[in-house]
Design a protein around this ligand. Structure first.
Ligand code: ARG
Length: 467
């Protein structure tokens, strides 16, 4: 066969046209065009460096930059025609550049390969997206702080095993979510440090014989430095895996947050109401108001963790250096970015409108003998061993259950039946207010401690360097 496909990449080596299905099967332009602006940004920096090193003339550099700027505008306006024949975003842009400026367009690829080009594009793309995600995360944390401040002294039951355990404040509970997201924020910034290293110059795998200046390109693109090993630069996608792991942790945290919101809106808990704008009704049951946003976010957490596993499996056992397998990194990565940012956005918009039903929360704490530990601690302070106190309080709880009363509703005489150590001031620590107020050490649930934690948190996030 001697049908030469003139449009085929590296066509001179081929005597046969690409199978039509293979052409579609191997193309990535449908999804990697998402990195078009980063591809252009990288190419402008590359051309600038090539001219600075006298590998291109200034005229060629200027033509390239003019052409790429026009292409960028065509892409933004939707006028750019993407072609599957050009396989991917890189080839599409290069082909259009050559159409526009002629021979200088063909010189752009001097001293680079699509292998270092794509590795650079993904890093530029992810760096930008992480800044957007961080801003949404920050917005959500601010919303949590505002709600926590409002509810620093709102009493609710704290749970273990989903059974009422001890009274806490809603502000304290909200600050637990804040802390999780704080670590998530730090993880994203930390991931950026390893991500922000420049692969360009690694070329296909071994580097290039042109006298390039990788420090200059890195500086032009805002990377902290050029990568140290060309083989590693074009082949590893650990930075994408690391980001997806950080994203999975955020989604895991949001799924826990979601689960609690779903429980709390149920008639059985009835602790909060969510704004109507974030819920939907049922097509058949007129009374329903479903917490769709938290449920969807909870569901989407599985999808992001799925992407993490996909990327790990994609990378596993790949020999050095670049392999076409790596083209498969983009869809899971892009979907992780979209899913994460949408979930954070929904939460940041919803949280300020969560309404706490304070009386229901208070009564739930009361019903659950939440101050039993406080009674035991009281007896210990009076000289009893903790295990004995634990036993005695168990008996008091039993009396409460049998007579449908909380510990604070038992009479002094009844309590004294269990231990003569008990005197009138016991009621100070049997009250929910007394119980939470006593936990005033750092990290505790006392309203003043929660207010102090909120103030510290505010300072922390004010010091952030956001886009
Ligand atoms: N579309 C390719 C990718 O996403 C670009 C790199 C292609 N390199 C190659 N040697 N075929 O990985």
């Amino acid at each position: 066969m001697n049908t030469v496909n003139s449009e085929k990449l590296s066509s001179a080596r081929f005597s046969e046209a690409t199978n039509a299905f293979v052409e579609i099967f191997t193309a990535s332009v449908d999804f990697d065009k998402r990195m078009a602006q980063q591809d252009i940004q990288g190419s402008i920096a590359h051309a600038t460096m090539l001219a600075a090193c006298n590998i291109l003339t200034e005229q060629e550099r200027d033509d390239i930059i003019r052409g790429l700027t026009q292409i960028s505008e065509e892409i933004t306006s939707g006028a750019f025609v993407w072609s599957i024949k050009q396989e991917d975003v890189h080839m599409n842009i290069e082909a259009r550049l050559t159409d526009l400026i002629g021979i200088a367009g063909k010189k752009l690829h001097t001293g680079r390969s699509r292998n270092d080009q794509v590795a650079t594009d993904i890093r530029l793309y992810l760096r930008y997206e992480i800044s957007q995600i961080s801003a949404e995360l920050n917005r959500l944390q601010n919303a949590i702080l505002a709600l926590a401040e409002q509810h620093a002294a709102t009493i609710m039951p704290g749970f273990t095993h989903l059974q009422v355990a001890q009274p806490i404040t809603l502000g304290h509970h909200l600050m637990a979510w804040f802390e999780m997201l704080n670590r998530d924020y730090d993880r994203l910034q930390d991931c950026c440090k390893r991500l922000n290293i420049m692969p360009l110059g690694a070329a296909a795998l071994a580097g290039t014989s042109y006298p390039i200046d990788r420090h200059l390109t890195a500086e032009l693109l805002g990377f902290s430095r050029p990568s140290a090993n060309s083989l590693d630069s074009v082949s590893d996608r650990d930075f994408a895996i690391e980001f997806t792991a950080a994203a999975s942790l955020i989604m895991m945290h949001l799924s826990r947050f979601s689960e609690e919101l779903v429980l709390w809106t149920s008639a059985q808990f009835d602790f909060i109401s969510l704004p109507d704008a974030f819920c939907t009704g049922s097509s058949i049951m007129p009374q329903k108001k479903n917490p769709d946003v938290p449920e969807l976010v909870r569901g989407k957490s599985g999808r992001v963790t799925g992407h993490l596993v996909s990327l790990l499996m994609l990378m596993k056992s790949q020999p050095l250096a670049y392999n076409k397998d790596n083209q498969e990194d983009k869809e899971p990565l892009f979907d992780t970015v979209d899913t994460l940012i949408n979930c954070l956005r929904a939460y940041a918009d919803m949280v300020p409108h969560i309404e706490a039903k304070k009386t229901n929360m208070y009564n739930a704490a009361k019903r659950g003998f939440a101050t039993a530990t406080d009674l035991a601690d009281y007896l210990v302070r009076k000289g009893m061993a903790f295990r004995d106190a634990h036993e005695i309080v168990g008996l008091a709880v039993r009396l409460g259950i049998e007579s449908s009363r909380d510990l604070s509703e038992l009479s002094l005489a009844e309590l004294q039946e269990f231990s003569p150590l008990i005197t009138d001031e016991v009621f100070d620590c049997l009250s929910l207010e007394g119980s939470v107020a006593a936990r005033k050490h750092i990290g505790g649930t006392a309203p003043d401690t929660v207010r102090a934690a909120i103030a510290t948190a505010r300072e922390q996030i004010m010091a952030r360097n956001l886009v």
